[in-house]
Design a protein around this ligand. Sequence first.
Ligand SMILES: Cc1cc2nc3c(=O)[nH]c(=O)nc-3n(C[C@H](O)[C@H](O)[C@H](O)COP(=O)(O)OP(=O)(O)OC[C@H]3O[C@@H](n4cnc5c(N)ncnc54)[C@H](O)[C@@H]3O)c2cc1C
Length: 409
Amino acid sequence: MRKITIIGAGQAGLQLGFGLLSKGYHVTLVSNRSAEEIARGRVMSSQSMYDMAVGYERDLGLAWWDDSCPPITGVHMRAGNSEGQTLIDWRSPMAAPGQSVDQRIKMPAWMREFERRGGQLMIEEADLAALERYAEASDLVLVASGKGEIGQLFERDAERSTFDRPMRTISLTYVHGMKPRSDYSALNISINPGIGEYVNFPALTLSGACDIINLECIPGGPMDRWNEVSTPAEHLELAVELIHRFFPWEAPRCGELRLTDDLGTLVGRIPPTVRKPIGALPSGRKVLGMADVLVLNDPITGQGSNNASKCTMLYLDAILAHGERTFDAAWMQQTFERYWDYAQWVARFTNTHLLPPPPQLLKVFGACGCNPELAAKVANAFDDPRSLAPWYYDEAEADRLLETFAQPA
Ligand SMILES: Cc1cc2nc3c(=O)[nH]c(=O)nc-3n(C[C@H](O)[C@H](O)[C@H](O)COP(=O)(O)OP(=O)(O)OC[C@H]3O[C@@H](n4cnc5c(N)ncnc54)[C@H](O)[C@@H]3O)c2cc1C
């Protein structure tokens, strides 16, 4: 039986672990936190996932929250200024709903299930010495440690990385009491150009259905005030104040907010980074990175957990197809390149939203307001950002696309 070790029990590590277990592999999963520690800890993400990514969970018998997690049914994008003047406003249902299950619920439940299905779970902070140990004892070691420090083992790919610093200060606030939208639940995106973004959607957390407030604050700008906050109550107060000041069209939904729990807040900065896929250990042995370790995006478009799910399934196929052969550097590079074929479009979509919108996007978003078919195309791209190329990134292509939509039927 082939032995595979995976470092990190997040979306990628666990999902791949289950996929391999289902095919008879001997899988060891190394987590620096126990299930109980994760369940009792701070929120880590807003983890909105869309149909394709949740579909892969369903295939593995792991989508346990389809009935209890409130659905994200559509996308609503607005841009406006602090006076409430609207510049962009379009909305569309998505072809299939998305969902956001608090990782404090999902990961502990999956960790227990992983052991129940015969996987070996080790609670340990994996350092280089541990990687050497696991590499010696396994046919393959995968590093799925997310933003963990051990990911520094993988060299930054300067050519594929668009930015060299965080482009937003990010704040998460999990709340109860948000007034529901009057039409349908949505990935609700508000943009105040040059200042930041407010993204909100429903989710399932430890205390039941909730809403997540994601504030994406341009560093040094008027929303970047999170160093003023020292308690959960102050965090909530600032989130509400920023919504009132910079996204006043959303303020009426935020009159009676309360935190889901004192650990339902998070502040951080993420440098969007692409890394080279192979990590060389001091002994010369090689390990392969995956998901956030290799392609880390700002959460502005909510793609990281989706990426992790999709990366997992590509890696699973590649491992199975390789049979009994050695997992050498050529196989590792080729496996990552298959993932990059997909993930580059996610990085491009996400990075585009971190910069002032180019002319073609203003045209596309403007046209979405009066063309439901085009709006649906953009809404569904959150499930598969490949569908936006080339017109999202090229003015002539966008003009061509918009012309086809302008033709009388
Ligand atoms: C504020 C914020 C909002 C987000 N919102 C969304 C969203 O709406 N939609 C979306 O799709 N994505 C979102 N993301 C991104 C998403 O959460 C990540 O991309 C996803 O969790 C990545 O999965 P992963 O398995 O690669 O890493 P992770 O989920 O980070 O898992 C890595 C695991 O490895 C463990 N670990 C780290 N180092 C070690 C070590 N040395 N030894 C052992 N274990 C280790 C960690 O504790 C962790 O459990 C968001 C992220 C942030 C920060």
